[in-house]
Design a protein around this ligand. Structure first.
Ligand SMILES: [Zn+2]
Length: 615
């Protein structure tokens, strides 16, 4: 069984090779969209100390209790097909209607919203490089007043704001009203002909989807914070699929960022906001930047059910907790102990999934489990319970394990250059399991799962004491040296060196929320014995890929949170600036219509998936 799994490795892991440096669907800045017009010039006024700039929306924070849905949101009804328009004027009417329809349909949703921002400074060899970073994670209430609640502790946030330095005031301005998520909609309240002029520009394909492109400008005296930029409207349902621009005019003493906002057709009839890229700064010669950053905002968890039970999780629980012995007997003390630990593990996995932090079991886990199996088989380790893996949906580089479940963050899978490096980070958690460090079972009591989603980070934690960390690293290296990855540990050494090089600047990316950090105070401490392994890090060597940019490996479905590996064609690296290790890049998803890709797969029907729930 295990041997045959191992043989499959080569086939499974082709998507995990070092050549997949730049995914075609998240093209970096090297290839800007030919058509992306920057019609908006941001106001150069000084940042506001207090008053937040808000795009034409009420500032009143609505108590969550009023706007939050009582329980599961209603399934989204598919809109009636529009009659084919014959004039551009009719097209404008249609997409205005569809935009209002989307706002209404999503008003009961509370998706997860994550913003990861890197401040930039100029490096003579590498161009703009991250000099500091910031991270925000919360739930966005898409009801009457868009509101967001944070998963991060107040202390963490205030610590981050202390680190913001001169940028703090400006950042606060945009952050308080959810700044980076504004562009989920062009204008939540007044997207109409009274407030805007719409000018048809041209037709253009975004991925597989033919779009009509319009320039949108606010009418004079239509108020502050109106959308100014360009929209792409798909030519069948006339939904907006992309918005690019800013808000204008900014109130005195405030400032709006530029954003590029993408939507995906994840359910029939609707294109839901999924990715927003923001960028400010000019790195041409002689320009002094007041603000220079790039930031990715991701939205997922649209279909999260509050307190509901996911079918898949229920199945896992039944499979794993049921005593598989043929004779119906009471559990022996050891069996009872193991069942008890299993219960704790299952509770945590279920709770994290319901909070929108873990992907349901899926494609990526097959790869992770294959790597774990390779380590187990070659080390002749037989564990009483199987090792499972799951993907944490967030960006910070993090692994942890609960019971026999190893969890690795999307951001960490993204930046790992090859399978050996993946094996290395997994081997540390596997070592905890093998060494019996994960036998705690306090989460077996269900009352300990009764906290709000926003309270997840305060209520759960899987950190080990320093002695266990050292023991796990030692054991991990032992496991690696007996494994098929033994010959490739030079790559792991290179990855750790690259991480060390960027660690002082990327504090937020290295701040873990549930497990032990890979680096503390700017120094990498995970598997540090391997850091000296392999050649010296050399940015100028184009064939040396020590770490990848964020976003290139794992693709999350924002509707059902499923994670899959990105399929991309390798893109040649032509300069050291192309490497962008650990960096944020613009989004360029390949757009396609709902069901267009699934048709080729074994999907039985598309209508069965109309609520987007997992099946
Ligand atoms: Zn550890």
């Amino acid at each position: 069984m295990r041997t045959s799994n191992w043989i499959l490795t080569a086939a499974l892991l082709t998507s995990f090779s070092a050549v997949a440096q730049q995914p075609a669907d998240t093209q970096p800045a090297a290839q800007p969209p030919v058509d992306a017009t920057q019609t908006a010039q941001p106001s150069q006024q000084a940042p506001a100390p207090a008053q937040a700039a808000q795009p034409a929306q009420s500032a009143e924070p609505t108590p969550a209790a009023q706007t939050a849905p009582a329980n599961a949101p209603q399934p989204m009804a598919q809109p009636a097909p529009a009659p084919a328009p014959t004039t551009m004027d009719q097209v404008v009417t249609l997409f205005i209607e569809r935009e209002h329809g989307l706002i209404k349909s999503l008003s009961s949703r509370t998706p997860v919203v994550e913003t990861y921002l890197q401040n930039l400074s100029a490096d003579s060899a590498l161009g703009p490089v991250p000099s500091a970073d910031h991270y925000f994670l919360g739930r966005m209430d898409m009801g009457e007043t868009i509101d967001r609640k944070d998963y991060l502790k107040e202390e963490e946030r205030s610590m981050q704001s202390r680190l913001l330095g001169g940028f703090q005031k400006l950042y606060k301005v945009q952050y308080q009203p959810m700044g980076f998520s504004w562009m989920v909609y062009a204008d939540r309240t007044d997207f109409d002909r009274e407030h805007y002029n719409f000018h048809y520009a041209r037709r253009e394909f975004l991925g597989d989807v033919r779009c009509l492109v319009f320039d949108v400008t606010p009418k004079p005296k239509s108020g502050h914070g109106r959308f100014l930029g360009r929209i792409w409207v798909e030519d069948q349902g006339f939904n907006i699929v992309r918005l690019n621009g800013t808000y204008y005019p900014a109130p005195r003493n405030s400032y709006f960022f530029h954003m590029d906002s993408w939507r995906l057709n994840l359910i029939p009839g609707y294109w839901v906001p999924a990715f927003i890229y923001s960028e400010e700064g000019d790195f041409s010669a002689g320009v002094k930047n007041k603000v220079a950053f790039k930031a990715q905002t991701r939205i997922w968890g649209y279909d999260l059910k509050r307190g509901g039970k996911d079918d898949e999780l229920t199945q896992i629980r039944v499979d794993s907790v049921t005593d598989e012995s043929p004779t119906a007997q009471d559990a022996s003390p050891l069996q009872a102990e193991r069942a008890w630990q299993q219960q704790a593990e299952d509770n945590v996995v279920e709770r994290l999934t319901n909070a929108g932090l873990l992907a349901p079991e899926g494609d990526v886990d097959h790869i992770l489990q294959t790597v774990v199996n390779n380590l187990l088989v070659t080390n002749n380790i037989d564990l009483p319970r199987p090792v499972r893996t799951r993907v944490l949906l967030t960006a910070p580089l993090e692994t942890f394990s609960v019971g026999n479940t190893i969890v690795i963050s999307r951001g960490l899978v993204d930046v790992l250059p090859d399978e050996a490096s993946l094996a290395a980070v997994l081997s540390h958690e596997l070592a905890h399991i093998v060494l019996g460090h994960n036998l705690g079972s306090k989460y077996a009591f269900n009352d300990r799962m009764l906290f709000s989603d926003e309270g997840t980070y305060q209520n759960l934690g899987f950190r080990h004491i320093p002695e266990e960390e050292q023991a796990a690293d030692k054991k991990a290296i032992e496991l690696l040296k007996n494994s098929p990855y033994a010959q490739k540990l030079d790559n792991v050494g290179l990855f750790l060196k690259a991480l060390q090089q960027r660690a002082p600047a990327l504090t937020a990316l290295l701040t873990t929320h549930l497990g032990n950090p890979l680096a503390t105070n700017g120094t990498v401490n995970r598997l540090s014995a391997l850091e000296t392994q392999g050649p010296a890090l050399d940015n100028a060597k184009l064939d040396q890929i020590a770490a990848l940019p964020l976003g290139g490996r794992v693709k999350i479905n924002p509707w059902d949170d499923k994670a899959e590996m990105v399929k991309t064609a390798p893109v040649a690296i032509t300069s050291a600036r192309d490497k962008m290790p650990f960096e944020v890049t613009p989004f360029f998803p390949r757009l396609s219509r709902f069901g267009a890709n699934a048709a080729a797969a074994a999907a039985p029907t598309t209508s069965a998936a109309n609520t987007g729930s997992s099946n």
